[in-house]
Design a protein around this ligand. Structure first.
Ligand code: CUK
Ligand code: CUA
Length: 621
C-alpha cells in the first residue's frame, strides 16, 4: 500500500464519520424537536371524558358575538350571540331577543368583563361593550344567554370599557370617539367646544338582570383606550388612558400624535356617587351628567408618554401601568403617590377644570425593554410579574413589577393586541396560562383566500421562562378575553319549570289557541317528537290563520332533560327560533303571505326528529 492509498483511505474514513456524525446529529435534532412537541402536546391534551380547567370568554369583535373556549385545549365550545342576530339559535328572531336588539343588525364587541366580588371573578354575569352601536350587554353565565342590553346616550363608541369595579358596583364605559352630546350636528371647526368624550357609569341589578345608567361624566373631546378599575387600596377609583389630547379632527395618525404627553384620568366614583345622590348633576338627554368643573375632588389627570393604549391596575391595587403604544415603554404609576399629590393639592396645571398631577411625582418608573416596540396591554401572574403585549415587535415581555427588571421575552405569531392571563384581571391571578390575542396570522394556517383569520397563541407562564405551546385561528377578532376557572361558573342544566310563567303551557293537553281580533296566540308545546298547538283539534300540530293576522307562537319545551333543545322553523317564511329544555319563547310575525307552510323542528333531537313537524295554513283574504 503506498502512501497515497493510505491517505485516501484515512480521508475516506474521516469523511464517512463526518457524514455519519452530521446524519446522527440531525436525527438527534429531529428527536429533540419531536420530544419537545410531544411534551407541549401533552400539556394541552385533554383526554376524552375529562374537561378543560378554564373557560376563556373571548370577544368576537365585529361579529358582535361572544366566543367560549376551553383552556388549555383551545377548543372552541360555543358562540353566544350578543349584539348580532343568530339565525341558528333564533336570537334576534324570537320576540324577547328581537325587542332587545331593536333594529340593530350588528355590533362591535371589544371587551368582555366578568362580574366581580371582592375583586375576584364571581362567574355570574359577563358584560360586553358595543363600539359600533353604543350599547352594553349582559350575558347570564348560568345559561350563556344575553339577558339585557342598554343603549348609551351621548356616546361615540364605548370602546374603553367594559371594566367593573371591585364588587361590580359600576360597569364603566369610556367613549372612543368624541361627539357632540346626543350626536347632534356640530361643525368639526367647533370640535374643542362642542364635542365631548363621555364616560358612562352603568349599574346592573343581578336579581332582575337589568342595567341602569347611573351617571355620565362629560370630559373634553379626548379619546380613551381600555381602562381599569382600582383594587383594594385603590378600589374607589377608575383610571383611563387618553389620546388625541391634540383635538385633531383629521389625519389622526399624524395629528393625534403631536403631543409628547397625553393623560391618564383618575376618577373617584365613590365621591361622584355621593354627589349624584345629592342631585349635584345636570340632566342631559336622559343622563345624569357630571361636569368636572363642578366636581372638585373627584376627577384628576396625570401626564403619560404620548398616545398610550391600555392602562391596567396591578392585582394588589397599588399601581397602574400604562402602555406606551407610540412611546415604546410601560410607565408604572403609584396610587399612593397620586393620593399624596391630591391630598397636598400638588397640581402642575389644570385642564377643563381637571387638576393635573405632576408626572415626576406620581410616576414610579419607566420600563423600556430594548427593541420592544408597541406595548398595548398588561396582564399579571401570581408572582409579581407583568406581561406586556408588544404589537410592533410581536412578542410578550415578562417583567418584575417591583423593579422593572425584564425576565423573559417570547415571540407571538403575530402582532398581539391584548393578552389574557388565567384570572388575570383579578386580585388573585393564577399564573398558569396566557393567551396572546393576535391581529395577524400570516401563513400559519391553510389559506382561505385574500383575507386570513386572526390567531391566538397559548403560552405556558407557570415557569420562569415562558413557553409557546400552540397557535389556533380565530375569526373575527380577538380583542380581549377573560380566562376564568371552571369551578366559578355554574351553568344550569335546564330552565326550571315555573307553573306561573307567562305564556307557558306545561302539559300537552293544555295546548290551545286564542284569537283576539286579528291576533292569533298559539300556546303550544314542543317535546320529543311532536309539536302540540291545539290539543283539542283534529290535527293538534296544524294552525290555520287568515292572511294579515298577527301570529304569536308561544312555545314551551316540556322536555326537562339537559340538551334536548327543539328548533322551530317555518318553511318559506324566513323564520326560525329555538326553545331550550324548560324554556318558553315567543315568535311574533304577521302572516302576510297566504299559502301552506310546513313547520319543523330545526334541531336534531331524537330518532323521530324528522317527524317533528306540522303546518301553518294561511287562508287568503
Ligand atoms: S383595544 Cu387594545 S388591541 Cu379595542 Cu382593547 Cu384592541
Ligand atoms: Cu325537536 Cu328535532
Amino acid at each position: 500500500m503506498n502512501l497515497k492509498r493510505i491517505l485516501s483511505a484515512v480521508f475516506g474514513i474521516i469523511a464517512g464519520l463526518l457524514v455519519a456524525f452530521v446524519f446522527f446529529a440531525d436525527l438527534n435534532k429531529d428527536d429533540n424537536a419531536a420530544s419537545e412537541n410531544k411534551s407541549k402536546a401533552e400539556k394541552v391534551y385533554v383526554p376524552y371524558g375529562e374537561l378543560d380547567e378554564y373557560y376563556m370568554l373571548a370577544s368576537g369583535g365585529h361579529s358582535g358575538q361572544l366566543f367560549v373556549y376551553g383552556i388549555p385545549s383551545m377548543r372552541k365550545i360555543r358562540t353566544v350571540p350578543v349584539f348580532t342576530p343568530d339565525p341558528a339559535t333564533g336570537y334576534g328572531y324570537d320576540k324577547a331577543s328581537k325587542e332587545m336588539l331593536g333594529d340593530y343588525t350588528w355590533g362591535d364587541f371589544h371587551h368582555p368583563a366578568v362580574s366581580e366580588t371582592e375583586g375576584d371573578y364571581d362567574g355570574e354575569f359577563l358584560f360586553a361593550n358595543d363600539v359600533g352601536n353604543n350599547r352594553v350587554a349582559a350575558v347570564d353565565l348560568s345559561t350563556f344567554h344575553t339577558v339585557d342590553m342598554m343603549s348609551l346616550p351621548n356616546m361615540g363608541g364605548p370602546h374603553a370599557g367594559v371594566f367593573v369595579t371591585e364588587n361590580t358596583e359600576y360597569i364603566a364605559l369610556p367613549t372612543r370617539f368624541a361627539r357632540p352630546l346626543a350626536g347632534e350636528y356640530a361643525s368639526l371647526d367647533d370640535y374643542e367646544k362642542e364635542y365631548k368624550g363621555v364616560v358612562s357609569m352603568a349599574t346592573f341589578d343581578r336579581e332582575n338582570k337589568e342595567f341602569d345608567l347611573a351617571y355620565q361624566i362629560m370630559l373634553p373631546p379626548w379619546s380613551y383606550d381600555l381602562s381599569d378599575a382600582g383594587k383594594k387600596m385603590s378600589s374607589d377609583w377608575i383610571v383611563m388612558t387618553t389620546y388625541n389630547t391634540e383635538f385633531a379632527t383629521t389625519n389622526l395618525e399624524i395629528n393625534a400624535s403631536q403631543n409628547d404627553r397625553d393623560y391618564i384620568v383618575l376618577v373617584n366614583w365613590k365621591v361622584l356617587e355621593k354627589e349624584v345622590a345629592e342631585g349635584n348633576y345636570n340632566e342631559v338627554n336622559g343622563a345624569k351628567m357630571i361636569d368636572p368643573r363642578d366636581h372638585k375632588g373627584a376627577i384628576f389627570a396625570v401626564p403619560v408618554a404620548k398616545s398610550p393604549h391600555g392602562v391596567d391596575v396591578t392585582p394588589d391595587g397599588t399601581r397602574f401601568i400604562a402602555s406606551g403604544k407610540l412611546a415604546p415603554l410601560m410607565t408604572v404609576f403609584s396610587f399612593e403617590k397620586a393620593f399624596a399629590a391630591i391630598e397636598n393639592e400638588n397640581f402642575s396645571d389644570e385642564k377643563f377644570g381637571i387638576p393635573i398631577l405632576p408626572y415626576e411625582e406620581v410616576m414610579e418608573r419607566e420600563v423600556d425593554p430594548p427593541g420592544a416596540l408597541g406595548p398595548l396591554h398588561t396582564q399579571f401572574d401570581d408572582k409579581g410579574h407583568a406581561y406586556n403585549t408588544m404589537f410592533i415587535s410581536s412578542e410578550i415581555v415578562k417583567w418584575k413589577i417591583d423593579t422593572g427588571e425584564v425576565i423573559d421575552r417570547i415571540p407571538t405569531y403575530y402582532s398581539p393586541g391584548h393578552a389574557a392571563a388565567a384570572e388575570g384581571d383579578t386580585v388573585d391571578p393564577d399564573g398558569k396560562w396566557i393567551v396572546a390575542l393576535n391581529k395577524i396570522a400570516k401563513d400559519n394556517f391553510l389559506s382561505v383566500g385574500p383575507s386570513h383569520p386572526e390567531s391566538m397563541d397559548l403560552i405556558d407562564i407557570s415557569g420562569e421562562k415562558m413557553e409557546h405551546i400552540m397557535a389556533v385561528p380565530v375569526d373575527p377578532e380577538p380583542h380581549y378575553a377573560q380566562i376564568i376557572h371552571r369551578d366559578k361558573i355554574n351553568p344550569v342544566k335546564i330552565y326550571e319549570k315555573d307553573e306561573k310563567r307567562e305564556n307557558a303551557v306545561w302539559k300537552q293537553e293544555d295546548a290551545h289557541i286564542e284569537r283576539k281580533g286579528d291576533e292569533v296566540h298559539v300556546y303550544g308545546i314542543a317535546m320529543r317528537s311532536r309539536f302540540v298547538f291545539d290539543a283539542k283539534a283534529d290535527r293538534p300540530d296544524a294552525v290555520t290563520v287568515k292572511e294579515g293576522d298577527r301570529v304569536f307562537f308561544h312555545i314551551t319545551n316540556i322536555d326537562l332533560d339537559q340538551d334536548i333543545t327543539h328548533g322551530f322553523g317555518i318553511n318559506d317564511y324566513d323564520l326560525n327560533f329555538e326553545v331550550q329544555p324548560g324554556q318558553t319563547s315567543t315568535l311574533e310575525f304577521v302572516a302576510d303571505k297566504a299559502g301552506t307552510y310546513p313547520i319543523y323542528c330545526t334541531n336534531f333531537c331524537s330518532a323521530l326528529h324528522q317527524e317533528m313537524s306540522g303546518y301553518l295554513l294561511v287562508e287568503p283574504k
